[in-house]
Ligand binder design. Structure first.
Ligand code: GCU
Length: 331
């Protein structure tokens, strides 16, 4: 009798152990990397974490996405290259960087193209936005969803700027983007292309006189500590995009592909909400810290806009029809 009960106990233990094993050890089919160049608490990074959570949940743990924030996997340009080779699976990137690989997307980041955030979102959420997401294929990339990045402004360390003339001769950091370099050249300043992570020290050491970015980046990267004059010229709204490597995409079943797309779109809605809150908070933080905000009148903004107009012929010659459609959406 003792023998039987011992056997019984053993059987019970074995079955408990295997049930426990099944629960905790869902073998993932894919463990994928996600590169993000912003800090952990930044809206786009939080969007990435939300994306990873949703994907894990909806695939029952079969796809795990590991988010690497703070440019741990490299700067934006090299991360995009790595996606093209399949070395990294996902990223979120600024269209300024993507435009170097897929020139057509420059259309969506032209200076003063949108008259408001609403206008930009109407365009991105329309068929136009969808077509652009699909235009990534053939470049080793697949566009998944649009993220918000607000409007970009110029900021300087030594003296405030109100007019394009104030910028003549200044060395201004731009992203590694020909379009952005040319924009600064047209104003009469000298563009200096540089990766995002190097901007703080370049401002601090006087290697550059200024840079341009949105409120959250200006605050998060502490640029305001070394460039306290912020001119709200809102010269560009540069959409951001979540991308998956085409080689990774092709390994996924249609069912997984659909889950990934849905989760990307949901995470983007979350990021947009965080973006709005963070923009306000960042502005408060920098103002409290003594940063000087130079608000421009509509006429003063037009002076910048006029300088930048030649860019449309230079970069969008063959896409003028598309530009007209985008402008129409904002009317
Ligand atoms: C924005 C964007 C970054 C980009 C940066 C830059 O902050 O979110 O992805 O790298 O601009 O100016 O380089």
């Amino acid at each position: 009798m003792g023998g039987i009960s011992l056997l019984g106990i053993c059987a019970l233990l074995v079955s408990c152990a295997s049930a426990e094993g099944e629960k905790s050890a869902v073998e993932p089919e894919f463990v994928l990397t996600y590169a993000e160049n912003q800090a952990e608490d930044y809206p786009t990074t939080q969007g990435a974490y939300r994306f990873a959570e949703l994907v894990e949940e909806r695939t029952g743990g079969k796809i795990l996405v590991q988010v690497n924030a703070g440019a741990a996997l490299g700067d934006e340009q090299s991360v995009i290259e790595q996606l093209q080779f399949g070395g990294i699976d996902f990223t979120r990137a600024s269209l300024s960087s993507v435009g170097e690989f897929i020139p057509k997307v420059n259309v969506l980041q032209m200076p003063y193209l949108y008259n408001s955030a609403d206008h930009m979102w109407k365009v991105l959420e329309s068929e136009i936005g969808d077509q652009f997401l699909h235009s990534f294929e053939g470049y080793g990339l697949v566009g998944l969803s649009w993220y918000d990045a607000g409007a970009r402004n110029f900021y300087t360390s030594e003296k405030p700027i109100r007019t394009p003339e104030d910028m003549v001769g200044m060395r201004i950091r731009v992203q590694e983007s020909e379009l952005m370099s040319r924009m600064v050249e047209l104003i009469g300043a000298e563009p200096v292309q540089m990766a995002f992570a190097s901007v703080y020290s370049a401002l601090e050491t006087g290697k550059i006189d200024g840079a341009e970015n949105n409120w959250p980046s200006y605050q998060s990267e502490r640029h305001y500590e070394v460039a306290k004059y912020m001119t709200v010229d809102e010269h560009a709204r540069v959409p951001e995009v979540q991308i998956i490597a085409e080689s990774t995409w092709k390994k996924l079943s249609p069912e997984y592909q659909q889950i990934i797309r849905e989760c990307a779109k949901e995470s983007a809605l979350y990021e947009r909400k965080l973006w709005e809150e963070r923009t306000k908070r960042s502005r408060e933080i920098v103002e409290k810290a003594g940063c000087q905000v130079i608000e421009l009148t509509q006429e003063e903004k037009v002076a910048f806009q006029e300088k930048m107009l030649p860019l449309y012929n230079e970069y969008c010659g063959e896409y003028m029809g598309l530009i007209d459609k985008i402008v129409e959406v904002g009317k």
